[in-house]
Design a protein around this ligand. Sequence first.
Ligand code: ATP
Ligand code: MG
Length: 403
Amino acid sequence: MKYESFLIKYAEIGIKGKNRHLFEEALVNQMKLALRRCEGHFAVTRSSGRVFVDALEDYDFDEVVDALQHVFGITGICPMVVCRVLPIEELAAEVVKFVGSEYPDRHHTFKVHTRRLDKNYPLDSMQINEELGAAILDAYPEMKVDVHQPEILVTVEIRERVYLYSHIIPGPGGLPVGIGGKAMLLLSGGIDSPVAGYMVSKRGVRLDAVYFNAPPYTSERALQKVVDLAQQIAKYSGTIWLHNINFTEIQLYIYEKCPHDELTIIMRRYMMRIAELLAKKYDCLGLVTGESIGQVASQTMTSLAVTNEVCTLPVFRPVIAFDKEDIITMSKKIGTYDTSILPYEDCCTIFVAKHPVTKPVAEVIRRHEKNLEEKIDEMVERAIETDEILIVEGSGVRKYQGN
Ligand code: ATP
Ligand code: MG
């Protein structure tokens, strides 16, 4: 059957009152953006606490469902068949046809649930349920009514037209992007940081991202991998400004001036410092990393504390307590895994010491960072000045050309 319309379900907990209005507005905006990537024209409307998508011309069902499945805030997508408001016998015929086509294998229990918003309809919702239920049983005797735990819930909404639906395709959940401010994601080419970005964005937060690049020690392909990952996240989060920061000279300087077993931790402190400067410059309210306790030497509790002390903005680490397996499962689900496991090295792997400190002492690290005093400030400044910005969207990438 042809679905002319979709009912969009969203979780309503915590979004009462004024927030609800903002929530719905952000949701509708994000849906419109997502649908722009699809063939066809659509109307996205709100009506009595519900959100609808109406297809105004031919469209590709799978493409539209996929687009909506990338909109945070949506918990369910119900494809609907629409007909005129008809007398009960004719309506019953439509409903029978609908059930027959949705469930060719008819061995199911069911229940009809009617919402009568058009109070002029001559029967009330109980009577309509009974009439439609009887008609379905008549047409398909192998089906059975179960009012408590039906396998199929046939929903009939009578408004200015009649809407029929039964399947609910799961959405991603979360909150619509745009209601939660913006954060700066430290995006490497690994498995964890794309998942971390996805998770924060899922709470309604827009993202910018920063990648610390170390040419010629890292290849063009390593950058491309990060761009690809950003693009996969952008399908959910909307546009990401990806800051490609040249980190080579800072890394070499640290390598020259600091003990090698402290390279990683000092390097990470500079990444955080630069990310924070960028975050402030671009109105981000916090940083996001893919760190997870104990995963590597730079992510022991002690190392995390020493890295963290250089930041004044909050640092969000959504996968902090996840096992690697769980992060992998999630990266497969959101579609970043296959890109993340491509072999191109990111900047860290090249300068990694054989035995990095696992219990850095903040005071010692601070003392060794003093070795960098002469040139580090100008290097940080230069890194930010030569920031190459890529504007990454789900549908494509372009270079930022300046104001
Ligand atoms: P990931 O899988 O996200 O790369 P990881 O397990 O490789 O993480 P680290 O290399 O220690 O862990 O990095 C920890 C976090 O620091 C990353 O999750 C990311 O947020 C950030 N990070 C590391 N390297 C870079 C980089 N080159 N550019 C930007 N951020 C980085
Ligand atoms: Mg990494």
